[in-house]
Design a protein around this ligand. Structure first.
Ligand code: H79
Length: 431
């Protein structure tokens, strides 16, 4: 696979792919947006900013309510006391859902550090009544339970140190040398204080020369750490180890390199007390398999409450995904993109060597799963999770159909394993 990273990187192609291996095999991760904005829950002085602006805004409330950092921080930080926060529980929720990694906000656009930082007092230890460091507790708990750990870090947008307003939000002032230095010190601190960090998820970077220095810091302190594509560019060179697709975007076609979709379980990233736009487990799973069919990962976001608990919808939503993931793991962990650059009326496909996995998102009444346009012969079909259930195959010219009538209904998506003679090209979509 072609890489997204800059050519001048000293690392060999092989070393790069070896470093990306666990991530590429993982397919599914957890994203967590948690910060002072959880206290506001999308509202400021009775105004629901999601409604006011017609857009999800919980972690943007500082800008949407036009607050300076002093007003925002002094109102919210003294109230941030998540006594129910339990790292062990959060990690179990992720593992129970079949996720292989988590990424949590260490600093979002509001500029507030969710870990104990030596370089600012605008952090969870100094500014809130909560005396614990959730980044540290999660990092350690991930290590203990076997979940990979990463942090989100807003390196360009920082409304405390690079102030802007709702109206001028697209025109950021140039980063001062002090801000760049602060960012470098915080990145160094994160990577040395929490050696468990294996992903640095930068957000909304543009083309700024300091981006290259930020990547350098990661390479220096954590050579195996993966850098998300939203770090941006430096003098035209694309930085980062993988392509991070735009917020909530499912890749339309297979991509050349490693890629990731970040998706929300409801509309908002951060906790929003008024957001009822929950996606059903079925819809989340459909989006997940469509992403896997393009060879990309998905990180699904939750926005925990200010008391440290997850909402019931988040807990139960992840539980139902987990049930499916446990049964069907072989159909996405370590798989490759579909040989087709399109999907089917019944669903989509992932592959491993000479195996196709047919993800039946919408089961036809006659139980006939048709695959047209593949220049290879099918040998054997069975149900994932029930290898004993062999299914009849009807073979044609560059096409075949599996009869899934014997498969009991009940799963959100049935996955059929088809062994084929060899992986070959597909015929043109018009054929
Ligand atoms: O961290 C999450 C978002 O806060 C962040 N990226 C994800 C992972 C993000 N920040 N900006 N953007 C994404 C793109 C800009 C979106 C905007 Fe808006 C549309 C800014 C104003 C209108 C979303 C909707 C934020 C406020 C209203």
């Amino acid at each position: 696979r072609a890489s997204q990273r800059v050519a001048e990187n000293a690392e060999s192609e092989d070393a790069y792919h070896a470093r990306m291996q666990w991530w590429d095999d993982a397919r599914f991760g957890l994203f967590i947006h948690w910060g002072l904005y959880a206290v506001a829950g999308g509202e400021w002085q009775g105004v629901d900013h999601g409604k006011e602006h017609g857009k999800a805004s919980a972690e943007w409330v500082m800008l949407q309510a036009n607050l300076d950092a002093e007003t925002y921080g002094s109102a919210l930080a003294p109230q941030f006391n998540p006594v129910e926060f339990d790292a062990a529980k959060w990690v179990s929720h992720a593992l129970g859902a079949g996720m292989k990694y988590m990424v949590i906000t260490a600093k979002h656009h509001d500029g507030f550090s969710m870990y104990g930082s030596e370089h600012t007092e605008y952090d969870i230890i100094d500014a809130t009544p909560f005396t614990r460091d959730p980044i540290k507790e999660l990092a350690q708990e991930c290590k203990k339970q076997g979940l990979r750990f990463g942090v989100y870090y807003s390196h360009r947008i920082d409304w405390k140190r690079r102030p802007t307003t709702w109206e001028t939000r697209s025109k950021m002032p140039k980063a001062s040398p002090e801000y760049i230095d602060f960012t470098k010190r915080q990145l160094t601190e994160l990577l040395t204080k929490y050696p468990e960090i294996e992903i640095l998820w930068f957000d909304l970077g543009k083309d700024e020369p300091q981006n290259r220095d930020y990547v350098e810091i990661v390479r220096q302190h954590a050579p195996d750490c993966i850098v998300a594509g939203r770090i941006g560019k430096a003098n035209g060179d694309i930085l980062g180890d993988y392509l991070s697709l735009g917020d909530r975007r499912i890749p339309p076609r297979s991509l050349k390199g490693y890629a990731e979709t970040c998706m929300t379980i409801r509309l908002n990233w951060g906790y929003d007390r008024n957001d009822e736009n929950w996606k059903s487990p079925k819809m989340l799973l459909d989006m997940f398999v469509l992403t896997a069919a393009r060879g990309a990962n998905m990180i699904l976001n939750v926005g925990p409450r200010p008391d440290g608990e997850w909402t019931d919808e988040e807990i139960h939503g992840l539980e139902s995904l987990g049930k499916w993931m446990r049964r069907n793991g072989e159909a996405f962990h370590g798989t490759k993109a579909s040989p087709f650059n399109w999907d089917f009326h019944w669903g989509t496909i992932t592959t491993r060597d000479n195996t196709l996995y047919l993800h039946v998102m919408n089961r036809p009444a006659n139980g006939r799963i048709e695959v047209t346009g593949l220049q290879s012969k099918p040998l054997k079909a069975s149900l994932v999770g029930d290898a004993a259930l062999n299914l009849w195959i009807d073979t044609g010219e560059n096409s075949f159909a599996v009869d899934m009538a014997p498969v009991k209904k009940g799963q959100l998506i049935d996955v059929i394993r088809v062994e084929i003679e060899e992986q070959t090209a597909t015929v043109s979509p018009g054929a």
